[in-house]
Design a protein around this ligand. Structure first.
Ligand code: SAM
Length: 297
């Protein structure tokens, strides 16, 4: 009940799909019906009053805007992919972040969107079509099975890794479950087991992302509030990351909510709050400098 109350009190966020519409036109169009303004930090993110249902709005139906929250929209932005780059979206369906990447790259370059689950692959393809993202190549594969040494991936400069997670930052549960005070919050034994399995995959996937030889930027993101899926994953992977020359960098330096202080460099990590920001997201950004092994096409 608490969560529902907080839902009612929190604004609606929508992200403008810049492949189809610019923010000014979206503001103008939505402004005819609603009080709407741009988010003060995230570009092309619009804020509407609480409680508005936009599911059937023409701009949603034709893919000009996506109903995507603030935390979710921050992940692709944190990666800062440039137009013309090759980028991998490792766990892509249903594709909200894939098409956000495509928008940021202004449709130039290539996004390889990898997804293991067949049903979800269909949703990914629908999202890409709806968004009008022409530069996405969909791969029905296990990301862990992709061979980083293949020439197919030898131009990939950035990876967005948004792996399966508990979703504890977005589910409507009682607020006292949302306290990130210790590793697994108030989870019971079955939950703990599930979280450990998720963590095992998250660690493997992040280690795999780090092993792509030409990658300079990696975003690891979850919609979980649990330390075990967030700071603990980063902590365990830091030695490997540093052996590959990666360091933590600070996405959205002015954002006040950072990682829990349980890992060195937690100030680089970013959290959003499930209550204050409507959804609990976690973002870590790894970067490394590579010397001149890229040739632009
Ligand atoms: N990034 C997506 C978005 O913003 O719309 C959400 C991704 S969701 C959190 C994680 C996805 O990873 C699921 O669709 C799941 O099926 C997929 N997945 C899980 N294991 C995978 C694997 N080994 N390889 C590729 N995709 C995987």
């Amino acid at each position: 009940a608490h969560q529902q109350l907080s839902d009612i009190a929190k604004p609606r966020y929508i992200r403008v799909n810049t492949l189809k519409l610019d923010s000014e036109s979206a503001l103008h169009e939505l402004g005819k019906q609603y009080m709407v303004h741009e988010d003060d930090m995230v570009p092309d993110l619009l804020v509407l009053p609480p409680g508005i249902d936009l599911h059937d709005h023409p701009l949603v139906i034709n893919g000009s805007v996506f109903m995507q929250g603030k935390g979710s929209s921050m992940a692709a932005l944190a990666l800062q992919p440039e137009p013309g780059w090759q980028v991998m979206d490792a766990c892509a369906a249903p594709g909200n972040k894939t098409v956000h990447l495509a928008g940021l790259m202004r449709g130039k370059g290539k996004i390889i969107a990898c997804e293991l689950n067949k049903e979800r692959l269909r949703r990914l393809k629908d999202t890409i079509k709806l968004a009008g993202a022409a530069n996405v190549e969909v791969l029905h594969e296990d990301f862990l099975n992709l061979n980083p040494k293949l020439t197919t991936y030898s131009k990939v400069r950035a990876i967005l890794l948004d792996p399966s997670c508990s979703g504890s930052g977005t589910v409507a549960v009682r607020l006292d479950h949302l306290l990130p005070s210790h590793g697994v919050g108030n989870a019971d034994a079955t939950d703990v087991d599930r979280l450990r399995k998720l963590q095992a995959f998250q660690k493997k996937a992040l280690a795999h992302a780090l092993s792509f030889p030409t990658v300079e930027r990696i975003v690891y993101s979850t919609c979980s509030i649990h330390q075990i899926e967030n700071e603990d994953v980063i902590k365990s992977i830091l030695p490997l990351a540093s052996s590959f020359g990666f360091q933590l960098a600070t996405p959205f330096p002015h954002w006040p909510r950072r990682g829990l202080p349980v890992v060195q460099g937690s100030e680089h990590l970013l959290r959003t709050d499930p209550v204050e920001d409507k959804e609990g997201f976690f973002i870590a950004l790894f970067i490394r400098k590579l010397t001149n092994n890229h040739t632009e096409e």
